[in-house]
Write a protein that binds this ligand. Structure first.
Ligand SMILES: Cc1ncc(COP(=O)(O)O)c(C=O)c1O
Ligand SMILES: [Zn+2]
Length: 415
């Protein structure tokens, strides 16, 4: 069962007990002092092996309960999460003359995004604490995900989102009966407000980075990839990056597998950012520890439109420690990648997810990765989340014919 021994500050290394309600290190502050959940790895290493580390009787990603921060399986939402397909695309492999291209299809989670991995764990932690409700700041997916998981067990969810939130995400929120507050500002502003509201109201805080338990849910795709590839890990994993929480969590997952002796290597972790919303790419390219924030991040990929990457410290560390890199892609490349994935693989993804694929292509083109390597590309959100972003890139001249015009229909089909 969950064996958390403490929460360790990413900057100073101080360890705090897991149940004090402390979410960031008071010594290092909320930005530098994000915490990391640590387990009794020595004890786990003695007990766990490739035959017993997964508990097959549990659903979805809860199967990794030995490495998750909870004990009581009664607190699990009935919505399934994780255990998503890893699709080997022969079409893309041929096209790019690549040895292995695997698409991790996280558009299939209960609320159609990767964020369900985190929301599922946040819900358990909030229920453990007997919280009266949950608050989250979000570009859209974290909120709609949390709202769905809240709805699944009757937990009230309050969300702060920018008024530019895409239609699909907003409809999910409204249908899941979340208490939606739109802010006339960008996501970064919503985030700051959420911290203050949580303090004032006592609501459980599910905003990213400042709650270390979210990473525990987000790391499970690494476990799945290891299992799905029978422990032959890929050379590269491509991750779209906004706040940096997904990427640091994926790295943590691979690192834990290695710590427990379940695997021997850690893949190189590649962060993909949209060019005009890329503070982490910039810090990486400048070889700097300092992350310069951006006031007006701009990209069609709303989920990674983040000027103040809240998990920036951990994200940079994940990329550097794994010997990976950051790559930037334009909106044009992102939109093209959406269409290419749809046409060549049958997968329909939102812009942020397509960014990961665009980053893979750019890395190949710039020879930052060799063709005879294997890559996993994380597809983090479903295309129906944001139809407006995609409307402009699809063919518009669809014929409308009269119901008795069989000749016309045949002509149109043979066109
Ligand atoms: C679909 C999708 N992809 C990628 C990301 C980026 O994740 P992170 O902010 O943890 O870097 C998000 C976050 O909202 C997302 O919703
Ligand atoms: Zn600290």
């Amino acid at each position: 069962m969950g064996k958390v021994i403490g929460l360790r500050c990413i900057t100073c290394g101080r360890i705090y007990p897991p149940d004090t309600g402390i979410f960031t290190c008071p010594e290092c502050g909320p930005y530098n002092g994000t915490l990391e959940v640590i387990y009794d790895y020595e004890g786990l290493k003695k007990r766990l092996n490739r035959e017993n580390w997964v508990v097959p009787s549990l659903p979805g990603h809860y199967r990794y309960i030995h490495l998750l921060p909870f004990e009581d399986t009664n607190l699990i939402s009935p919505l399934e999460v994780g255990n998503t397909p890893l699709i080997k695309s022969h079409t893309l492999e041929q096209k790019y003359k690549s040895k292995g291209i695997y698409l991790k299809d996280d558009t299939r989670n209960a609320t159609l995004s990767y964020k369900d991995r985190a929301s599922s764990i946040a819900l358990i932690k909030a229920r453990e604490e007997g919280s009266k409700g949950i608050i989250v700041a979000s570009t859209g997916n974290a909120a709609s995900s949390m709202a769905g998981f809240g709805a699944s067990v009757g937990m009230p969810v309050h969300v702060l989102v920018p008024k530019s939130i895409p239609e699909g995400k907003l409809l999910q929120l409204l249908l899941f009966k979340a208490n939606v507050v739109m802010i006339d500002g960008i996501y970064d502003t919503c985030f700051d407000i959420s911290i203050k509201v949580a303090k004032e109201t006592g609501l459980y805080l599910r905003s990213t980075a400042v709650n270390p338990y979210l990473s525990e849910g987000k790391k499970t795709s690494a476990f799945e990839i290891a299992e799905q590839l029978r422990y032959n890990l890929p050379d590269y994993v491509f991750v779209p990056v906004g706040d940096g929480c997904i990427i640091e969590s994926v790295y943590k997952g691979f690192k834990e597998l290695k710590l427990l002796g379940l695997t021997n290597t850690v893949p190189r972790i590649i962060g993909v950012q949209a060019k005009n919303s890329a503070p982490l790419l910039k810090a990486f390219e400048n070889n700097s520890q300092k992350i310069e924030f951006i006031e007006n991040p701009e990209t069609v990929a709303d989920s990674i439109s983040v000027g103040i990457p809240r998990d920036g410290i951990k994200a940079l560390k994940a990329v550097r420690d794994s010997d990976g890199f950051f790559v930037g892609v334009s909106d044009e490349e992102i939109l093209f990648a959406i269409r290419e994935l749809a046409e060549d693989t049958g997968l329909f993804v939102e812009p942020a997810a397509a960014a990961a694929f665009a980053g893979f292509k750019r890395s190949l083109k710039e020879r930052r990765i060799p063709v005879n390597s294997t890559s996993v590309i994380l597809l983090t959100g479903n295309g129906l989340k944001d139809p407006k972003a995609i409307r402009n890139i699809v063919k518009k001249d669809v014929p409308v014919l009269s119901s008795d015009d069989l000749d016309g229909v045949i002509k149109a089909i043979e066109r």
